[in-house]
Design a binder for this molecule. Sequence first.
Ligand code: NAP
Length: 276
Amino acid sequence: MHERRISIIDYGRGESERICFRLAEKLRAAGLCPVLGEAEGAELIVVVGGDGSFLRTLERFGFPDVPFAGVNTGHLGFFQELSEADIDGFIDNYLRGLFTKQVCRTVFGSVTYGGGTHMLRGLNELVVKAADSRLAHFDIYIGENFIESFSGDGVVVSTPAGSTAYNYALGGSIVDPRLELLQLTPIAPVNTTAYRSFTSGIVLPPGLAVSIRPDPDSADDDREAARETLVAIDGNETRFENVCRIDAGLSENSVTLLRFKNYEFWSTVKKKLLTP
Ligand code: NAP
């Protein structure tokens, strides 16, 4: 008979390991086949940890086309809906098909720099900053249209799923995950008579990409770092030299989260962001 593999992933922090073994035992008792630490052939991946562990798992397994569920042992748990106490109910509901699928579009980034082109993909956001603490100057294009000469610390290109993360800390809007859009949020924009930048975020429809082009005239030849640009995707940063453009947009590829009967996005937002 075809075995139904359920992958369980954790990063060995705190309670996670104990919960993994408990979950594996219960899945086995329910006739499923738990596999610890690998995703090959799995019909579902369960991440035990916080949102950071979930993001790490996506990257580790190359954004697999398999649904995810999460048992939260972190602080926030926007992606990680379940608690340890929910495990029995989760297995029962999963076997009975009592869940909905939340499909989250990802963000792609294409960095064209001195060494060629580098492709990136993330669930939360793409961040572009100067590689040191100097003022960054970027020309921002939406589609093919030049929109602004941005000066500030940098910009964040956030998905709806990432809107409650870095984007929110910058004063960006919280976006209902049922919407498909991309938000470009400035980090400490300068708005003076010397430099004029939008001080609010910009919201774009799917299909319209943003292009962030470091202004070569702003580079100071005495300082090598001026030619470096920092790009971070879901918190993982890389420094690129001589960047000519970074294009970012909503990817066609998505991440699917299983949501169970008590899940409601706005109650989660209230609970995680407002309740003391
Ligand atoms: P981290 O520095 O260890 O933790 C970042 C915090 O962001 C954790 O509390 C994490 O939740 C939370 N988080 C992650 N995704 C979220 C989401 N979609 N909605 C709400 N909160 C979320 O790094 P990490 O855990 O690897 O996460 C990387 C993320 O950190 C990046 O994608 C970026 O959004 C965020 N970040 C935020 C700031 C800021 O707010 N100023 C600055 C840099 C990066 P858990 O506690 O459940 O893990």
